[in-house]
Design a protein around this ligand. Structure first.
Ligand SMILES: Cc1ncc(COP(=O)(O)O)c(C=O)c1O
Length: 390
């Protein structure tokens, strides 16, 4: 059965409490709290004014497909022809397209946990079976070559990689990816879906590396998924893209042509401006996210019984709260991440997403895509809440 999105459920509950006039601090948000940069919005408005409001080619307008190909070359040194690029309704549709093409009934798809909630459901939607592989906090929540090797069977159709990661903020280094490539080279039938949607939100001067960069043959069986949602604060525009081997790209385009006929013409013009125009707003957003991360990592680690590693990308912190399991806070028994998150919401008016939603029950996800003022207040409420543990 396809499950509901638990992150959306928690958000809905927090919104309902807010509607009742309760002052909620929400750390559940999965999108930048910044507006779409003005020059990008203007490009969308221009598209409307020019009457660019009709169906486009299902795989996207040629200018944008070309711009994505140019970006892949500019940012990663990767060569793609325009017809290897498919523009979709968000990175989510690109992922769905990829899985529908690569995975069938009886196939397995390896998903390292903690994972973004939709992966396993999309795999099931394709009729395949998700194989969840738990990563370790000591390994920075990253899949090791040995773990990959252990979980590949003759039924493995694909591996889903997500770097920078939601919910952990982990970023795979070139060396770590090279280790995985070594294993994948021995298993020629395994495709790779590389979700790079947080690519631009990377900190500490770290270099973003796509697994497709490491080896030409691996590139041929990698579907790179990306989009403008997170990097350019454009979640509502619904624009993502994929770069893949020509045959895979064609198949993805065909599926999409029957499901949505492609994404909005207006969003495509705006995305063209996002990719080709001023990149200043991205840098400004990154600068702000770093400040918040630094504050929050230190503040959370200062709370007894709560610990987190320092995420290097995205805008999430995945904190271990399991020291409170088996204890009681304001009469509420804390047994797992869900009961912790529920008690925190009801008793301290702080909304978070329980780690169980991401396949890691010892943790809580905090999004810092909210103002510094709210972060300071929210962390204080959290500290006061757990101080009442018995
Ligand atoms: C890891 C990951 N991939 C993909 C998406 C979906 O992106 P889009 O809004 O472009 O569909 C999200 C959104 O939360 C995400 O966290």
């Amino acid at each position: 059965m396809i499950g509901d999105s638990p992150t959306l459920a928690m958000n809905a509950r927090a919104q309902e409490m807010r509607r009742q006039g309760i002052d909620i601090i929400s750390f559940t948000v999965g999108e930048p709290d910044f507006d779409t940069p003005a020059h990008i919005g203007e490009a969308g408005i221009r598209a409307i004014k020019e009457g660019f409001t009709r169906y486009t080619a299902a795989a996207g307008i040629p200018e944008l497909r070309q711009a994505v190909a140019k970006k892949m070359k500019r940012d990663h040194g990767l060569d793609y022809e325009m017809n290897q690029i498919i523009i979709s309704t968000g990175a989510k549709q690109a992922l769905a397209n990829a899985l529908l093409v690569l995975a069938d009934e009886g196939d397995e798809v390896i998903i390292p946990a903690p994972y973004w909630v939709s992966y396993s459901e999309l795999v099931k939607l394709a009729g395949a079976t998700p194989v969840i592989v738990d990563t370790r906090e000591e390994d920075g929540f990253k899949l090791t070559p040995a773990q990959l090797e252990e979980n590949i069977t003759e039924r493995t159709a694909a591996l889903i990689l997500n770097s920078p990661n939601n919910p952990t903020g982990s970023v795979y280094s070139r060396e770590e990816l090279a280790g995985l490539v070594e294993v994948l080279k021995e298993h020629r039938g395994v495709y790779i879906i590389s979700d790079e949607v947080y690519e631009k939100l990377i900190y500490d001067g770290l270099e973003f590396v796509s697994i497709a960069q490491l080896d030409a043959e691996i590139k041929g069986r990698t579907v790179v998924v990306n989009g403008v949602s997170k990097s350019y604060a454009m979640t509502g525009w619904r624009l993502g893209y994929a770069a893949a081997d020509l045959e895979i790209a064609k198949a993805m385009g065909k599926i999409q042509s029957h499901v949505t006929s492609g994404t909005s013409s207006i969003a495509q013009r705006a995305a063209l401006e996002a990719l080709e125009g001023d990149q200043g707003p991205v840098a400004a957003m990154v600068e702000e996210f770093v400040k918040r991360r630094d504050y929050m990592v230190e503040a959370l680690n200062a709370i007894p019984g709560i610990s987190c590693i320092r995420p290097q990308g995205a805008f999430y912190i995945f904190a271990n709260v399991s020291a409170y399991f088996g204890r009681t806070i304001r009469g509420k028994e804390i047994t797992d991440s869900l009961s912790f998150a529920e008690a925190l919401l009801v008793e301290a008016q702080v909304a978070t997403v329980p780690g169980v939603a991401f396949g890691a029950d010892a943790y809580i996800r905090f999004s810092y895509a909210t103002s510094m003022e709210k972060i300071v207040e929210g962390v204080k409420r959290l500290a006061d809440f757990v101080a009442l543990a018995e």
